[in-house]
Design a protein around this ligand. Structure first.
Ligand SMILES: Cc1cc2nc3c(=O)[nH]c(=O)nc-3n(C[C@H](O)[C@H](O)[C@H](O)COP(=O)(O)OP(=O)(O)OC[C@H]3O[C@@H](n4cnc5c(N)ncnc54)[C@H](O)[C@@H]3O)c2cc1C
Length: 402
C-alpha cells in the first residue's frame, strides 16, 4: 500500500470516529449496546475488507497500517476498535500471517481456495467475524494448555464441542473464529493440534448466553458461547492444521493487535485533558485559573511523556513486526504491549486527577475512557503479567535452556 493511500484510510478512520462514533459512544456505553450503527459506517467505507488483500477485493492494508488505523478508531470509540480488531485479526491471521507460514504446496493451495471463500463472505455479503479463543480455563488462552473446546473430524467437516467466554461481537457477528483442539481417538490433547474454525452463528447447537453488564468496554457484547455438536464444513477452516501453533510461535506480534485500541484511548484522555483545562469541553467548566497552575502543568507534562513513551515503543514494535523476529524484536513487542496497556490506564488516572472533581460527571467522556482503559490489562494472551514473565525468562534463558 502506498503512503498516500494509507494516509487517506487514516483520514477516513478519523472522520468516521470524530463525526459519528464519538457522539454515539455515551449511549452505547450507558445501555451496554453493541455499536451496530458504527459497523454500518465501517461497512460502507469498505473497512470490513481493510486487511483483506486487494486481489480478493479488500483494501490490502498490512499489519502496521492496520495497527495505526485501529489506534485512530480507538481514539473515538474504544468498544468499536476492540471488537473490530477481532474481525480484522481473523482476516490478518488467515491472510498475511498465513502467507509467512511454512506449508506444503498442496496445503497452501487448499488454504488459498478456502480463504477466498471466507473473504467473499466479507466483501460480497458484509459478513463480520468474531474471534473467541478465551475459555473458563484461562491457561489455554494464555498459551499454556490445549484449548478445551474440541473439534472432531467427520465427513465433510468438523464437530465442535465446548464453551467460550468473553466472545466480543456475540450476537452481532455472522461467524465466530473458534480455536479448538483436534479430538483424537486416544483422547490426547496437544496444542500442536489447534484447529481454527469459522462457526456460523446460525448453526444448530450454537448458543449465546450471559449478561454483559460490566465496568468498562460495555458496548463489546462479550458474552458466552456454547457449542454442542456444532457442524463446521471443511471450507470454514480458517488456517490449515498446525497453522495457529506455528503462527503463535513464529509471528508473535499477532497477539499485539489489541494494543492500538488502548493507544487510542490514551491519546483521547490526553486530548480531553488539554481541552478541558482550556475550557473547550462542551459541558465542562469555562477556562479559569486551572491551566496556570504549575501542578496541573506538571501533571499534563507527565501524561505527555507517558504518551510519547508508549507511542514510540508501539510504533517501533509494529514497524519491525514479522515472521521469526530476532530475540530483541520479540522482547520489544512484550515491552510495547505492557507499556501501552499499563500507561493507557495510568494516563486516564492522571487525567481524572488533573481535571478534577467536575470531570467525573457522566456527561463528560473522561470517566468512560477511564473505565474502558482498565480493561486493556485483562486481555490474554499478553496481559502485563504474562509480558513481564516472558521478558524476564527470555532475557535470562536461551531457547532450549531450562
Ligand atoms: C472487554 C473484553 C473483551 C474481550 N474480548 C475477547 C474476545 O473477543 N475473544 C477472546 O478470546 N477473549 C476476549 N476477552 C477475554 C480476555 O482475553 C481474557 O481471556 C479474560 O479477560 C480473562 O479473564 P479471567 O477471569 O479468566 O482472568 P484470568 O485468566 O484469571 O486472569 C487474571 C490474571 O492472571 C494472569 N494469568 C492468567 N493465566 C495465566 C497464566 N497461565 N500464566 C500467568 N499468568 C496468568 C493474567 O495476567 C491475568 O491478568 C475479552 C476481555 C475483555 C475484558
Amino acid at each position: 500500500m502506498t503512503a498516500p493511500a494509507q494516509a487517506e484510510l487514516l483520514a477516513t478512520a478519523c472522520r468516521l470516529g470524530r463525526d459519528k462514533f464519538l457522539a454515539r459512544a455515551p449511549a452505547y456505553d450507558r445501555e451496554g449496546r453493541f455499536p451496530t450503527e458504527n459497523y454500518a459506517d465501517l461497512r460502507d467505507a469498505g473497512f470490513l475488507g481493510l486487511v483483506i488483500p486487494a486481489r480478493y477485493g479488500g483494501l490490502g492494508v498490512d499489519y502496521k497500517g492496520y495497527m495505526e488505523i485501529s489506534a485512530e478508531l480507538g481514539r473515538w470509540c474504544g468498544a468499536t476498535a476492540l471488537t473490530f480488531n477481532m474481525h480484522c485479526a481473523t482476516m490478518l491471521w488467515s491472510s498475511q500471517m498465513a502467507d509467512d507460514l511454512e506449508m506444503a504446496g498442496e496445503q497452501r493451495a487448499l488454504h488459498e481456495s478456502r480463504r477466498a471463500g471466507i473473504y467473499r463472505k466479507v466483501i460480497e455479503d458484509g459478513a463480520i467475524f468474531a474471534q473467541p479463543f478465551s475459555e473458563p480455563n484461562s491457561a489455554a488462552a494464555a498459551g499454556r494448555a490445549p484449548f478445551g473446546t474440541t473439534a472432531r473430524k467427520v465427513k465433510g467437516g468438523w464437530l465442535v464441542n465446548g464453551r467460550k467466554h468473553f466472545a466480543s461481537l456475540a450476537g452481532a457477528a455472522d461467524f465466530y473464529g473458534v480455536l479448538c483442539t483436534e479430538a483424537k481417538e486416544n483422547g490426547e490433547a496437544d496444542v500442536k493440534d489447534t484447529i481454527y474454525l469459522a462457526v456460523d452463528g446460525v448453526s444448530e447447537g450454537f448458543t449465546i448466553s450471559g449478561e454483559w453488564d460490566v465496568l468498562g468496554m460495555r458496548a463489546t457484547s462479550s458474552n458466552n458461547l456454547g457449542l454442542v455438536d456444532v457442524f463446521v464444513p471443511d471450507e470454514h477452516q480458517l488456517m490449515p492444521r498446525g497453522g495457529y501453533y506455528q503462527a503463535a510461535r513464529n509471528w508473535p506480534h499477532m497477539f499485539m493487535t489489541l494494543c492500538p485500541t488502548y493507544m487510542g484511548i490514551a491519546q483521547a484522555a490526553f486530548d480531553f485533558t488539554c481541552q478541558y483545562l482550556r475550557g473547550e469541553v462542551e459541558g465542562g467548566p469555562p477556562a479559569g485559573s486551572a491551566r496556570h497552575s504549575p501542578a496541573k502543568q506538571l501533571a499534563v507534562a507527565e501524561m505527555r511523556i507517558k504518551l510519547e513513551q508508549a507511542r514510540a515503543l508501539f510504533q517501533c514494535a509494529i514497524a519491525e513486526a514479522g515472521v521469526n523476529p530476532a530475540k530483541d524484536t520479540r522482547l520489544r513487542a512484550y515491552a510495547a504491549q505492557y507499556t501501552v496497556m499499563e500507561f493507557a490506564n495510568d494516563i486516564c488516572r492522571l487525567a481524572l486527577r488533573t481535571c478534577g472533581g467536575r470531570a467525573i460527571f457522566r456527561n463528560l467522556r473522561l470517566e468512560q475512557l477511564y473505565r474502558d482503559s482498565r480493561c486493556g490489562a485483562l486481555m490474554l494472551p499478553w496481559t502485563p503479567e504474562i509480558c513481564m514473565e516472558r521478558l524476564g525468562w527470555e532475557s535470562l534463558f536461551e531457547a532450549g535452556e531450562s
